[in-house]
Design a protein around this ligand. Sequence first.
Ligand SMILES: CC(=O)N[C@H]1[C@@H](OP(=O)(O)O)O[C@H](CO)[C@@H](O)[C@@H]1O
Ligand SMILES: [Mg+2]
Length: 523
Amino acid sequence: MAQFEEVSQKSALHPKPAGLVLQYGTAGFRTNAKNLDHVMFRMGLLATLRSKNTKATIGVMVTASHNPEEDNGVKLIDPMGEMVAMVWEGYATQLANAEQDDLLPALKDIIKREAINMTQEALLCSPPVLSDYGLVTTPQLHYMVCCQNTQGQYGEATVEGYYRKLSQAFIRLTKNVPNRTDDQKHLCVDGANGIGALKVREMERHLERELQISLFNDGSSGKLNHQCGADFVKVQQKAPTGVEMTVGERCCSFDGDADRIVYYYSSSAGRFHLLDGDKIATLISTFLKELLTQAGLDLKMAVVQTAYANGSSTQYLENTMKVIMKCTKTGVKHLHHAAQEFDIGVYFESNGHGTVLFSKTAEQKIKQLAEDSTSSDEKKRAALLLQNTINVINQTVGDSISDMLLIEAILAIKGMTVQQWDAIYSDLPNRQLKVRVSNPRVIDTTDAERRAVSPAGLQEAIDSLVKKYRQARSFVRPSGTEDVVRVYAEAETQESADALAHEVSLAVYRLAGGVGDEPKPLH
Ligand SMILES: CC(=O)N[C@H]1[C@@H](OP(=O)(O)O)O[C@H](CO)[C@@H](O)[C@@H]1O
Ligand SMILES: [Mg+2]
């Protein structure tokens, strides 16, 4: 067919570096930009097939999220704004790795397996309807894909539509809060020198000064994600460079594509306090639970975390707040799916990627109550707050801007300072390390990645090391985005967490084929 001829010719203009093998990981393809030209071209083809297969609009996002500037990446967005279905991740890997001569057979194989009707005109290289949104954040694209496929029910499929929907909900949530001072309305934002910085600036004029932002790392001089951004702050547990923060001031950091957020402040003693995804999930779920009680609504709410969630957060939510808790494998698609099982599913990775999902039933019950003229003032107020909360949230994916607005609204409504929020529970000291081994995949895990089933003896070694420390926990897993094994440890003191992380790293190095020098102690 003519269209395959065209693919053949055009793909020769985007040759694959021989021998290069890439994998569509937890967040699409990500590597040095110079190795991605063929991948970009082929993902265009795959997006066309996925669109034909679902008879819907598909999103293609070019971003390397929190990676260094020389990297780039690409990922596909499914019709409801979700990450692309798992089997299509496999197709993506297959297409990206096909040597030049194997590209057409690989394409035909996907067409056959998915029974895609290709009898129409030759459209593979130039799909019939293509919207180029230019520069947007990852969550803005997820949002617009969802709007397109729900005929505008979720909102208007433009960046302006996104700003209007979120800012109107935010203003409704905060406008009637009495006595909010300028200090309370003020927030320092670290834009990671990424797209979030540009977009938060655009959004600001819609916020009617209900939120006043001092923007740092806005991309005008610094490098993307360099010494700044949510990943840097979370992993280094320190303030980003380029942010002028005064003692006690509320600050937050986005990552490079604005789908993660973490908060922080420094105390008068100069200590840095991080409020990560676990603290955010706690704040949001506590707020929602209180509103559900006030509204008298019987809706099932759960909080979904991964093994990286700080033990104190799980403990607090489960035992004190009596919230249903779930633990899934790392990667937002796993959390997202688990959250869909409930009327209200709050999910956050510790690193600050997360959102809240409301089932159709939940949205309907809340709407009914908000419109019911016979319900009490208290119930009605709670229902209206819930309704605006739904509208301020980007339910398609974690979203720095949307999460920021929700957090700011909750702090305003509850009259809470960042210090009071931080004091809800105290994090257990923890440490994350990386170990290089010849093949990270020799480590196989179970129980939401909390236990290693291979190589032999590794889990036993971890168990006996953990026993040496109080309130300790540790696990290891192969990273899905880097060629390393990740080690996590937490314990009663920072010294113990550091020592445990080091000892477990040594066990990984010895039992799972470590390469290079043996891991050294942290102190
Ligand atoms: C410990 C950690 O933060 N892991 C991150 C990281 O995955 P790894 O599989 O650990 O490399 O990148 C993912 C994609 O951004 C994110 O979903 C995940 O939480
Ligand atoms: Mg990101």
